[in-house]
Design a protein around this ligand. Structure first.
Ligand SMILES: NC(=O)C1=CN([C@@H]2O[C@H](COP(=O)(O)OP(=O)(O)OC[C@H]3O[C@@H](n4cnc5c(N)ncnc54)[C@H](OP(=O)(O)O)[C@@H]3O)[C@@H](O)[C@H]2O)C=CC1
Ligand SMILES: CC(C)CCC[C@@H](C)[C@H]1CC=C2C3=C(CC[C@@]21C)[C@@]1(C)CC[C@H](O)C(C)(C)[C@@H]1CC3
Length: 422
């Protein structure tokens, strides 16, 4: 019995994100990076390269209102998640042959949240004050990510072996805490990873953006075109994710990755506070955008969105029902697992067309901030690194899963993300 537990706990020797060293440093460095980026975005110089780096004074990191707001926000979203609205969908087949059920009511949660925000505005609640609360909120969200990650790590020891993620149970506590041991941790029917991936942080990002817009209105008696574009583009991205909530059930995060610090912090702190940097930058560094530039940026976002949505939907439909009329005529290659790989349509253009679309949108979100500072382009740089790394991880997993069939796909579709470039 003991022996089998040992074998179970080290199914993979390969470690990602720099192994134990990465897993020990990232949980310290990333929260500091969020605070650094937030305080640079509101400083007059907004310089990323200033030495010594600008860190906020400790007095700016705490406000008793922040934990209350965060607690209220989480309670609201847990309640909305449990409401019997929308349909219930099944995830992909698990190792033990079963499928988990997931409520598809994220879009309802977004609409109700936006409705509540409009009500608050109508009641005269100064949403612009979120600008002054950003640092304390980011500190509390980070604290919450740590608490959740400790809970996830400890509770995973009660999970059955088939419920463990392939990469997150090496036996090294630091690494497993970071990557996540359990694939789909649940409290009853409440799926913690699925909830965190799409609700409090993602919708929280929209709220932070709206707060920045209201701060701009307070300061300058109106919202700038640049701020409206950033808010509009990112709202579209979040609304799209929730409208197509079912598609998240076939992404790497849900299907392959465990739920540990990386995703908990990513979902709850990194997304709402680092992804909203353009909006917080614009509060202190207004940009006047001409009509021609705005049109070109809208076009770029539209092209990126089209590629992103079409390719993600094509793969999702194909994985759920390969005989569906919209995908049945596409060329595919067989793999030894019984699953087929698309080699025409969007997935015949490059091996990750969805990343290409996402990166075009990322650029469109930064361009409204002009070219005077580097900070608004932080997201494009980070996202390129994230997706190039993610593509390499996915490639390794697919080669292990599909062997020769994957090599044949790579020969047939030689470029990874950018046609003729990479
Ligand atoms: N905004 C953000 O911060 C982030 C956004 N994203 C976005 O999330 C979306 C999902 O990305 P991600 O989860 O990384 O991965 P994908 O949705 O691209 O999923 C990759 C999986 O798709 C399947 N697949 C790969 N090639 C083919 C093919 N030719 N035919 C059929 N199936 C194929 C494989 O799984 P299998 O064969 O087992 O089904 C592979 O493991 C992307 O649009 C990405 O841009 C991702 C990360 C961060
Ligand atoms: C903390 C580290 C630097 C890395 C954290 C990575 C996470 C922030 C991202 C990993 C995969 C994500 C996805 C989305 C948001 C960012 C994270 C959590 C996503 C929900 C965004 C909206 C998209 O439409 C999507 C396809 C649903 C995304 C799924 C992956």
């Amino acid at each position: 019995m003991k022996q089998s537990t040992k074998r179970r706990s080290s199914p993979t020797t390969e470690r990602e994100f720099g192994g134990t060293l990465g897993a020990s440093c990232i949980p310290v460095l990333l929260p500091l990076l969020v605070l650094f980026l937030l305080s640079v975005s509101r400083s007059p110089g907004a310089s990323l390269l200033q030495w010594p780096p600008q860190l906020p004074p400790t007095s700016a990191l705490w406000d008793p209102l922040a934990p209350l707001l965060l607690l209220g926000w989480f309670t609201l979203h847990a309640f909305l998640y449990l409401l019997p609205l929308g349909k219930v969908s099944e995830g992909l087949v698990l190792k033990n042959g079963t499928r988990l059920k997931y409520p598809i009511n994220g879009f309802h949660a977004l609409v109700i949240s936006v409705g509540l925000l409009l009500l608050l505005l109508w009641l005269g609640v100064p949403l612009g004050s979120l600008f002054d609360l950003l640092l304390p909120l980011a500190v509390c969200a980070t604290g919450l990510s740590f608490l959740l990650s400790f809970y996830l790590y400890i509770s995973s020891f009660w999970a059955p072996p088939h419920a463990l993620a392939p990469g997150g149970n090496t036996g090294n506590p630091l690494y497993d805490f970071f990557i996540g041991r359990e694939l789909n941790p649940r409290i009853g029917n409440f799926d913690l990873k699925y909830f965190c991936e799409l609700r409090p942080g993602l919708i929280g990002w929209v709220v932070v953006n709206l707060g920045m817009l209201m701060k701009e209105v307070e300061l300058r008696d109106g919202a700038s075109l640049a701020m409206l574009l950033v808010n509009g583009f990112q709202l579209l991205y979040v609304a799209d994710a929730l409208w197509n909530e079912e598609a998240v059930l076939t992404t790497m995060d849900i299907v392959h990755d465990g739920f540990g610090f990386m995703l908990a912090f990513g979902d709850l702190a990194w997304v709402p506070f680092a992804y909203s940097l353009q909006a917080s930058f614009l509060v202190v560094h207004p940009v006047e955008l001409g009509a021609a530039a705005a049109t070109a940026i809208v076009l770029l976002n539209g092209i990126g969105y089209y590629i992103f949505r079409k390719s993600n939907s094509q793969k999702n439909v194909f994985r759920r029902d390969p005989k569906h009329p919209s995908v049945s005529s596409l060329e595919t290659i067989a793999t030894a697992t019984g699953k087929r790989l698309l080699v025409s349509g969007w997935w015949g253009l490059v091996r990750h067309p969805n990343y290409l679309g996402d990166l075009l949108m990322a650029l469109a979100w930064s361009l409204p901030c002009g070219f005077s500072h580097l900070l608004p382009y932080f997201y494009v740089g980070y996202f390129t690194v994230l997706l190039v790394h993610r593509e390499a991880r996915d490639e390794r997993q697919c080669r292990a899963k599909y062997g020769q069939a994957w090599d044949a796909y790579c020969q047939r579709v030689p470029y990874r993300i950018f046609p003729y470039l990479y």
